[in-house]
Design a protein around this ligand. Sequence first.
Ligand code: UT7
Length: 329
Amino acid sequence: MNNQVKILGCGLAKAQQKITNFDLEKRVETSDEWIVQRTGISSRYITIDENTSDLAVRASLQAIESAHIQNKDIDVILVATMTPDCLTPSTACLVQAKLGLNDVPIFAIDINAACSGFLYAFQLASDLINRYQKILIIGSETLSKMLNWDDRSTCVLFGDGAGAMIIGQGSSQLFHYANSEGDLSGVLKANGLTLTQNLQNQIPIDQFLTMQGNDVFRFAVRVLKESIENVLKQAHLTIDDIDLIIPHQANYRIINHVAKRMKVDISKFYMNLQEFGNTSAASIPIAYAQAHEAGLIDEHKRVILVGFGSGLTYGATLIDKVGGEECVK
Ligand code: UT7
C-alpha cells in the first residue's frame, strides 16, 4: 500500500534511571563484556515511578512542540505498547486525558504488536490520514515491569522509554509491509505487569517475560531481510536508493547479520541500542527522533523503518522523501 503523508514532528522520552551493565553485574551472574559482545548494549533506562502513559506523554509533548502545533490539533492517538498502565482504559485514552484533551473529539486506541507495534500503528495511521488531519503515533513501554531481574538471559536486554511521531497529509510516500506468524509455542511471551521498584518485581514467576533467544535471533534475521526487500520491491527501489535504515534496536549482531546478508554497509543502519537497550515498540520511534536530531533525516531522504517482535510479528515502512518539517529540538 502506498499512502501520502508528511511527518510533522517527532520526540522521545528517556525513562528516569540509567542502569549500566556494571549495575547488572551486581545483580546477576553476567559481565559488561558478555553483554556488549553478544548484544552491543551498554546501558538501558528504566522507570522509577512513571508508567507507560507518562513516558508517552513526555515524548508526545516534544513531538507536538517540534511539529509547531497545539495539543488540541490532534485528531487521533495511537499507542503501540505491550506494557499498558492497565487493561482498560487504554493507554491512548490516558494520554488523551493527560494532554488535557478529554473534551476534544479524538480517535484513541492501543495497538499491541509487541516490538513491531509502532510499525503496525504507523501503517494504520497512514490509512486514517484521509479522514483525520493530525495523527499522534506513540510507541511507549515500561518493560521493566515484566522482567525477571534474576534472569540474566532476558533482564540485560530490555529498557523503558517512549517515542512519538505526528503525521499529517503531505507528499511523502509510504510503502508498508506487515506480517505475523501466530505462535503458540511461547518463543517470546509474558503474562503479567506490575511497576518495578529498585529492580524488584512482585509478579508471580510464571508471568515474567521469557524467551528462547536463539530461535528469536534466527527469526529476526530472516524477517528483517524479508521485510526490507518487500518494501523496496513495492517502491521499485534498490537498497542503494535508501539513505538510512532504522531497525528495531534488539541486538547489534542481528542487525550485522542482516547487513551482511543484504550486502549493505552496516553504517546505513542507525543504532542507539548501546544506550537504550531494547525498548520494544518504543525502539523505532526513539531511534527515529534521535536520528533526526542528529541531522541524519532531512526532507530529501529515503528511510526504511523495520522491526520484529513477539507474536510473532514483523514489518517495515519505506518513507520515500521524508519531506517533513522541523522535528525534535
Ligand atoms: O524484541 C525481540 C527481543 N528478543 C531478541 O531480540 C532476542 C534475540 N536473541 C538474542 O539477542 C541472543 O540470542 C541473546 C543475546 C538473547 C543470547 O545470545 P546468544 O549468543 O544466543 O547466547 P546463548 O543463549 O546461546 O547463550 C550462550 C551462553 C550460555 O551459557 P552456556 O550454556 O554456553 O554455558 C548462556 O547461559 O551464554 C550464557 N548467558 C549469559 N552469560 C552471561 C546467557 N545470558 C547471559 C548473560 N551473561 N546475560
